[in-house]
Design a binder for this molecule. Structure first.
Ligand code: AMO
Length: 427
């Protein structure tokens, strides 16, 4: 490198007229007008116009998206889209990009999502795509800040595990030094155990589901936000979730104005309280729509579409039948057929599910057997319930699904850098 970068592009303004600066970035556009060459150069913070008077500074074969550094003086400009320009007195060509590129990185020519994902690093030069991942960064920062303020402690649990955390279905298995191992579907068992030592815990990590689903909301590797809290009932963790979603939306609206503008997204901060609808109410809504389900029937996609049309925003779906819930969920004292559990829905889309957990080891063991699971494979987990397990509740929320709601794009592949689904294992 001939020069040392002095400024990010967004740190330069027309008030710096006459100052010498060095920027580094990618050539977005390049035009020759008589003896002048006009370059636009983009870094992660913005776009600058550069004027080169000396033809020898810019080789004939300089391609778009090549990496350059420019040293020059800031000057005012008449160009419509810029508030300043840089008159180059030195250009260092650091890497030449191939021509043609596999996709148009500026997005003038639309590429389909498969081609874009195959060239994801380049796809991020498209400002709409970069905006999504800048927002995702702010969402993650916001989640960590808010949960920390609520006295949750961040944990990291194993992703290679010896037995299923969510029951037997949808598990990826692998060979682990001659033994069979699995990729964790969720941190469920660990987060429950850790309420013993840390009381309130959260994890934000990748988890794995071998689901052969080809939808806009299922991935084989997804990011889950999980919490678990000792001495909390399910109504308490519902409140944490409600506060968290409102605070995250509000942080995004405050901190990501430019990104939301690029996405032409008018994000509204939801208001408290979100509607609370019971499973039994849903059955009667469906009945009115001509669909007769019995208590205990699961809600299929087609049912949730109808419920979503009736309730288009955020709402909690409460009090599911125990028969539909995982072994660790606690029943309602007043009606043991009902569970102390909930889902957070955005219309038909399930964003989160959670509930109060069983903390009595005998009851938990009985439920494991009742669900046809082998108590022996939960031996380590069950042991910890004899060491002073507090009553506890928690939930898991799909970050990728939450992101689709925030950016208003209906496909999780758009909000994950390198998505994994049944058809995609690379790049
Ligand atoms: P559940 O299985 O409902 O619950 O998952 C919680 C949330 O994770 C997201 N999610 C997914 N997102 C993308 N692709 C997938 N394949 C996928 N699977 C799940 C969803 C879902 O609502 N242990 C419980 C949570 C708890 O009770 O704490 C669990 O994993 O947004």
């Amino acid at each position: 490198m001939k020069f040392k970068k002095t400024h990010n592009i967004d740190e330069i303004s027309n008030s710096m007229e006459g100052s010498s600066v060095v920027i580094g970035g990618w050539v977005e556009d390049l035009r020759k007008l008589g003896k002048l060459t006009f370059l636009t150069v983009r870094d992660v913070t913005g776009l600058a116009q550069v004027i080169v008077k000396d033809l020898s500074m810019v080789p004939e074969d300089l391609t778009r998206q090549s990496v350059i550094m420019v040293q020059g003086a800031v000057q005012s400009t008449k160009a419509r889209d810029f508030t300043f320009e840089i008159k180059a007195d030195g250009v260092d060509i650091l890497t030449k990009a191939v021509h043609p590129l596999p996709i148009d990185p500026i997005g003038r020519l639309e590429s389909d999502i498969d081609n874009r994902l195959n060239a994801r690093a380049l796809d991020l030069r498209n400002q709409r795509v970069a905006a999504i991942f800048k927002i995702r960064h702010h969402v993650l920062a916001s989640l960590r800040r808010i949960l920390t303020e609520k006295r949750f402690i961040e944990i990291t649990t194993p992703k290679i595990i010896g037995s299923a955390s969510e029951g037997g279905a949808n598990l990826f298995s692998l060979e682990y030094f001659g033994k069979k191992a699995y990729l964790a579907q969720s941190p469920q068992l660990y987060k429950e155990q850790l309420t013993i030592g840390l009381e309130r815990v959260f994890e934000i990590s990748s988890f794995y589901r071998a689901e052969k689903s080809h939808t806009g909301r299922h991935l084989s590797e997804f990011t889950s936000i999980d919490i678990e809290a000792a001495f909390f009932d399910y109504t308490d963790v519902i409140e944490v979730l409600e506060d968290l979603v409102i605070a995250v939306f509000s942080d995004v609206v405050q901190n990501c104005k430019a990104e939301l503008a690029i996405l032409e997204r008018n994000l509204e901060v939801p208001k408290k309280p979100f509607d609370r609808i019971t499973y039994t109410q849903v059955l009667s809504e469906l009945e009115k729509a001509g669909i007769n389900l019995k208590f205990g029937d699961d809600l299929l996609d087609s049912h949730l579409k109808i419920v979503g049309e009736n309730h288009p925003g955020l709402f909690f779906l409460l009090d599911w039948p125990m028969s539909l819930k995982p072994f660790y969920i606690h029943e309602k004292d007043e009606d043991p057929k009902l569970s102390r559990s909930f889902d957070l829905q955005y219309g038909y889309l399930e964003l989160s599910s959670g509930g109060r957990r069983l903390h009595d080891p005998a009851k938990l063991k009985a439920r494991i057997a009742e669900q046809g699971l082998d108590p022996a494979s939960f031996e380590d987990h069950l042991k910890s319930f004899d060491w002073g397990m507090p009553p506890h509740s928690g939930w898991g929320m799909g970050l990728d699904r939450l992101m689709t709601v925030i950016v208003g794009i209906d496909n999780v592949r758009e909000v994950v850098l390198y998505p994994r689904d049944p058809d995609r294992l690379s790049p």
